[in-house]
Design a protein around this ligand. Sequence first.
Ligand SMILES: NC(=O)c1ccc[n+]([C@@H]2O[C@H](COP(=O)([O-])OP(=O)(O)OC[C@H]3O[C@@H](n4cnc5c(N)ncnc54)[C@H](OP(=O)(O)O)[C@@H]3O)[C@@H](O)[C@H]2O)c1
Length: 305
Amino acid sequence: MKAVRIHRQGDHDDLVYEDAPRSAAATGDVLVEVHAASFVPDELTWPGTWVDRAGRDRAPSIPGHEVAGVVAEVRYGTTGLNPGDRVFGLTDWHRDGAAAEYVAVEARNLAVIPDGLGFEEAAALPLAGLTAWQGLFVHGGLRAGQRVVVHGAAGGTGTLAVQLARHAGAHVIATGRGRAAALAAELGAHAFVDLEQQPLRPAVGQVDLVFDTIGGDLLARSADLVGPGGALVSITAPPPVAPAGGRAAFFIVEPDHVQLAELARLAGSGAVRAHVGAVHPLAEAAKAFAAKQRGIPGKVVLSVR
Ligand SMILES: NC(=O)c1ccc[n+]([C@@H]2O[C@H](COP(=O)([O-])OP(=O)(O)OC[C@H]3O[C@@H](n4cnc5c(N)ncnc54)[C@H](OP(=O)(O)O)[C@@H]3O)[C@@H](O)[C@H]2O)c1
C-alpha cells in the first residue's frame, strides 16, 4: 500500500511517501480502507511514534492517529461493525497510524460516521473531539451556567472545546492570537481575549474552569483565573501552580466508544462541527504538517482517496 512513513527521529521534513507493507488486522481489529486522516502537529515527538508498548523500536512509523474510512475487513471480536461501514476514530499511539491506504484499528475505538458527514470532516473530529470532551466534562466537571476559558480556541482541540462548552450551556471565553477572534465568535464563544494584546486577568475575571491547549507561561498564569471549587485542566503539561481553593489536572486523551458515538451524534445533528482548516493529498503529508505549524486554524486533513 502507499503510506507516509518516518524512518528516524526528526521532523516533518523526514516524512516519506512510499510503498509499505499493508497493515495487518489482529484479533479485535478492523482493517479500515482510509479515505481521510488527520494528525497532531507535534506527534512526531511523542514516544509512541517511536516505540511499541513493550518499548521496542517500531520505526519506520506511520503517523496520523485520526482516521475516517470504510471497513475493509473484520476480525474476531469486532461485533457491530461490517465490511462497507463508514467509520471514524482513533488509532493506537503505539501502532502505525492512518497516513496510509489502510490501517488496522481496534473496533472499540471506532464509531459509525453519521449520514451527511464527509470523510474529511469525520477525520478531523476524533482526537480533538475526545480531548475537548474529556477536558471539559470528565476532568473539568463543566456544567450549564458555569464560566469557562478555552485557551487556544482556534486550534484543533480549541475549536471543538468552544462548541461543546457552548452546547452544554456554559459561558465561553475564548483566547488566542487576534486572528482567532472571528472564528471563535462563529463557533459560539461569548467573548474573546487576544493574548498578545490584552492583560489576561482583567479581561477574563473569575471562571469555574480553564481548559488550556497552549501551555507554557500562560498555563502558570491561569491558576489565578479559577474561582473556589473550580479547575485548571491542561492537555499540554501538568499545571505548575494549582488554583487556590480549586483543582489542577493534566491528562492524556483516552479512546472512549461512548463519547465517540456521542460526538458522532452531535456532528450528525449539526450541533458541533470539526473545523477543517486545510486538506492536502496523502503524498503531501510533509507540506500538511508544515502548514499546520504555520497557524492554519482547526485541523489539517490528509485526503487519501
Ligand atoms: N494531552 C492530550 O491528550 C492531548 C491531546 C491533543 C493535543 N494535545 C496537545 O495539545 C496541544 C494543542 O493541540 P492542538 O491539536 O489543539 O493544536 P493546534 O491546532 O496547534 O492548537 C493550538 C492553538 O493555540 C494557539 N496558540 C499556540 N500558542 C499560542 C500563543 N503563544 N498565543 C496565542 N495562541 C497560541 C494556536 O494558534 P497559532 O496556530 O496561531 O499558533 C492554535 O490556535 C499540542 O501541544 C498537542 O500536542 C494533547
